[in-house]
Design a protein around this ligand. Structure first.
Ligand code: NAP
Length: 324
């Protein structure tokens, strides 16, 4: 597993580095924020619930202080300068909220070093948002697309990076499905995974397209690992009676194949900070657990598919009044 202490540390009083992460209040995102903060970044958490996010911020700051105070390496201690963590409201299930958050950020900052599209939902029952998209497609793909495109000018100014959290689950899409293919079939327990796979394939395709269209921004997608103790599984584990069965199943999978929440953040952190990655050699690549370069599915890797996903999305956003 890649050692995050080898990633660059910044002193915010000398060089102010700015990152945005969506959904940094739990799971993998929580540890991503912790390490970015300890590496000197000003981290904006774009989240939908102020109580949950502010509680997470307090806890992250306490954890960072504890780690600093108990750090036994004097050199490491001398280069750690805590950054800052700021909450900004954004609900990915509402395109207007995404647009508003992007506009607010554009007024607050003049550059953006790292954008991490981390927030997602998984395996929910079929539901259509107010904007008219299936809930997983909008939360995991359409809204991050809108947010990223709106923030691209600031990423370009900083020669920044955009990291998209996809998933190994994208491999379930073995044919190029149309994004408006609803998969509203029973049983939900099976077809919900196809909806998740379609959204996570689109995430990789969009990241690849961005890397081609905007070669001055390093765009990478990530599968963080199987991280079974995050809130991503809570719809299933909170189901009455059968929830306990799902909880045990997920724990079993985690025991044999999983990594911890913190280990789940490593691939994202590697992609966001590593000086080994460059625009010339790495733009558009896909990384898996611990920062290991990998190849996504044939469907996700196909440029014609990626182009049609891109065009479809632009048109759907345009129909809803979002010019991108
Ligand atoms: N865990 C895994 O095994 C695994 C495997 C592959 C890929 N991933 C990917 O890793 C990323 C992080 O997942 P995780 O496991 O850390 O899950 P998590 O603990 O459930 O974190 C998801 C985050 O997304 C936020 N979010 C959900 N819907 C939102 C919305 N409408 N607007 C704004 N924020 C919203 C959540 O906020 P609330 O607290 O408000 O709900 C939460 O902060 C996801 O993209 C996931 O698909 C995870």
């Amino acid at each position: 597993m890649f050692d995050v202490d080898t990633l660059p540390y910044y002193n915010p009083s000398i060089e102010r580095k700015i990152a945005i992460i969506t959904g940094g209040n739990s799971g993998i995102g929580w540890y991503t924020v912790l390490h970015l903060y300890m590496h000197g970044f000003t981290v904006y958490i774009f989240g939908r619930n102020s109580v949950r996010v502010n509680k997470a911020i307090d806890k992250i700051i306490r954890e960072a202080k504890h780690r600093y105070e108990t750090c036994k390496d004097p050199y490491l201690k001398s280069i750690i300068h805590m950054g800052d963590i700021i909450y900004l409201h954004m609900d990915l299930s509402d395109l207007h909220s995404v647009d508003k958050a992007a506009k607010k950020f554009l007024k607050l900052e003049t550059k953006l070093d790292v954008l991490i599209n981390n927030a997602a939902v998984m395996a929910l029952p079929y539901e259509i948002t107010e904007d008219g998209f299936e809930i997983q497609l909008q939360t995991n793909y359409i809204s991050p697309f809108l947010l990223s495109v709106k923030l691209l000018p600031l990423l370009q100014i900083a020669k920044g990076r955009m990291i998209s959290l996809s998933s190994i689950g994208h491999n379930l899409e073995q044919m190029h499905f149309k994004l408006n293919q609803s998969f509203d079939y029973k049983p939900n327990m099976i077809f919900t995974w196809f909806r998740y796979a379609v959204a996570k394939t689109a995430v990789i395709q969009f990241t690849k397209m961005l890397s081609i269209k905007y070669p001055d921004v390093l765009c990478l997608s990530v599968h963080p690992g199987l991280v079974m103790n995050t809130n991503l599984f809570s719809y299933w584990t909170r189901l009455p009676i059968v929830g306990i069965f799902f909880w045990m199943l997920f724990q079993l999978v985690g025991f044999f194949f999983g990594v911890s929440n913190e280990e789940g953040s490593i691939s994202t952190l590697y992609c966001a900070l590593s000086e080994d990655l460059s625009l010339d050699n790495d733009n558009g690549k896909y990384f898996t657990t611990g920062g290991v370069e990998s190849t996504p599915s044939r469907i996700a890797n196909n440029l014609d598919n990626a182009a049609s996903t891109w065009i479809w999305t632009i048109h759907r956003l345009r129909e809803r009044g979002f010019e991108v």
